[in-house]
Design a protein around this ligand. Structure first.
Ligand SMILES: Nc1nc2c(ncn2[C@@H]2O[C@H](COP(=O)(O)OP(=O)(O)OP(=O)(O)O)[C@@H](O)[C@H]2O)c(=O)[nH]1
Ligand SMILES: [Mg+2]
Length: 459
């Protein structure tokens, strides 16, 4: 990673708006901007931050009237000299300004490169850098909160404390090792055991928070499934309160998957309407059924719809078998309760003895709100994170922590068997390494590339 050049990018989204911001960071930021900026006041490097009004020019040709905000190293986002050019918010004008900066020595920034520099310059650790991306992507209050608490350093702070405890144990044991044969104990084995159990408990607490954290960050993927014509698309429309999917009385209306999102009490629900599952010769419908299967595989929750006005048939049975095989949470919905009921409820309850069964009319919008209540209750246990609450939200973090727990368990086992200090130290050092990887103290280029390539350009 080279940090000795100066990077620039448009930081605002493409499109038209009041202003656009072109950002530049690096050692040559000031010299580049001096060549292309004409204002009343000369640009100086003498205080923490300044704002200048003037023009970006290209060989005396005015390009745009702008406001510059200067952040001098190290008091900036990246830790380097950063200049933000606020120009008129058109795509063409911001591109022209970027071109001028590049012409005078800046290089186009890679995705996430500003944040990567902030990480390399010690402005934030890796979990905080990841939180920046999460905050930008947040679509709901719950997603915003987990990201902001992580960005504020609550997770890093707790991990740092755990690492300090482990380092303390290691150094005491290593001093003992230095004394070699003298058999001196600087720390009681009971105390080490106690510290290891405490640390493992704290780490386990993070692992346990993952499910809820993931729901806060990514929301819940739910899929509406059922045989053709039971009212799946009508239910989607009822949930999102608009005519999102086509509804007709012809079985096999929905061919492709149709996705929309719902914000329920600050949580994101992605809901996908699917083609009714059935055996069919129609190639388009067959492709639809294949897509339904794919969506079922990646969903967290299945809304399984039955037509209350008809008897259960072979197609229903086939879908029930398929859904049960997946072992995913299911909410059973009996639709069309406004019509005369034919469905065999006993049979249905036998199939789903533990699942919630709700009776609705998607057409008349009856009891759809009850479904929303149920979603609220089943999926969002724990609610929106409260002030400063730390939840882990990424599989990467969970895997690092699980690995650290395994190594601590090994150290505990060595301790129980009164094995030599070397073995205990080796595993604790291993745990420190994986926790270091999580916050970016010891991390490979591959992991870094993977994390930062996920960012947008200009951040
Ligand atoms: N009476 C009544 N009719 C309903 C209800 N829900 C849906 N329908 C009707 O049932 C028919 C099928 O509805 P859709 O929502 O298209 O059913 P679907 O499950 O999406 O059907 P496919 O896309 O073909 O799999 C339409 O004529 C709807 O108006 C309901 O609650 N009551
Ligand atoms: Mg449909």
């Amino acid at each position: 990673m080279k940090c000795n050049d100066t990077i620039a990018a448009i930081s605002t989204p493409p499109g038209e708006g009041g202003i656009a911001v072109v950002r530049m960071s690096g050692t040559s930021s000031l010299s580049i901007i001096r060549k292309v900026f004409r204002g009343k006041n000369p640009i100086q490097k003498n205080s923490k931050g300044q704002v200048y009004h003037g023009w970006i020019v290209e060989k005396d040709e005015p390009i745009d009237e702008v406001v510059l905000t200067l952040f001098h190293s190290p008091h900036s986002y990246t830790g380097e000299d950063v200049i933000e050019v606020s120009c008129h918010g058109g795509l063409f004008i911001s591109r022209r300004i970027l071109e001028v900066l590049i012409q005078y020595g800046a290089r186009p920034a890679e995705p996430g490169e500003f944040t990567q520099r902030a990480f390399f310059n010690g402005k934030m650790d890796l979990t905080q850098a990841e939180a920046v991306a999460d905050l930008i992507r947040a679509k709901t209050e719950s997603a915003r909160r987990v990201a902001i608490y992580e960005l504020e350093g609550h997770l890093s702070g707790r991990l740092q404390k755990i690492r300090e405890d482990l380092i303390k144990i290691c150094s005491l044991l290593e001093v003992e090792l230095d004394f070699g044969e003298e058999d001196i104990m600087f720390v009681s084995r009971k105390e080490i055991k106690h510290l290891l159990i405490k640390t493992r408990g704290e780490l386990q607490h993070f692992v346990d928070s993952y499910r809820r954290g993931k729901v806060c960050r990514e929301g819940i993927r739910m899929v509406i499934a059922g045989r053709p014509n039971v009212g799946k698309s009508s239910l989607l429309n009822g949930l999102v309160e608009r005519e999102r999917a086509i509804v007709t009385e012809i079985p096999g209306t929905t061919r492709d998957t149709v996705e929309d999102v719902l914000d329920i009490e600050g949580f994101l629900f992605t809901v996908t309407d699917t083609a009714g599952i059935r055996e069919t010769q129609d190639p388009i419908e067959r492709e639809g059924v294949r897509r339904t299967e794919k969506v079922l595989d990646i969903s967290d929750l299945v809304l399984l719809v039955f037509d209350g006005s008809e008897s259960l048939n072979r197609e229903d049975e086939m879908i029930v078998r398929r859904v049960k095989e997946m072992r995913k949470p299911v909410i059973v919905l009996i639709n069309k309760i406004d019509l005369k009921q034919q469905i065999n409820i006993h049979k249905l309850k036998k199939w789903f003895p533990d699942e919630e069964v709700l009776r609705i009319s998607a057409l008349k919008k009856e009891h759809v709100s009850r479904l929303v209540q149920t979603l609220k209750g089943t999926a969002i246990s724990g609610g929106i994170p409260h002030e400063g609450e730390v939840l882990i939200t990424r599989a990467r973090h969970k895997n690092c922590i699980l690995h650290a727990i395994e190594l601590i368990k090994k150290a505990e086992a060595s301790l129980r068997k009164s094995m030599s200090q070397e073995f205990i130290v080796m595993d604790i050092r291993g745990a420190l390494d994986v926790l270091g990887e999580m916050i970016g103290k010891t991390v490979t280029d591959d992991i870094l590339n993977q994390i930062f390539s996920d960012f947008c350009v200009g951040k």
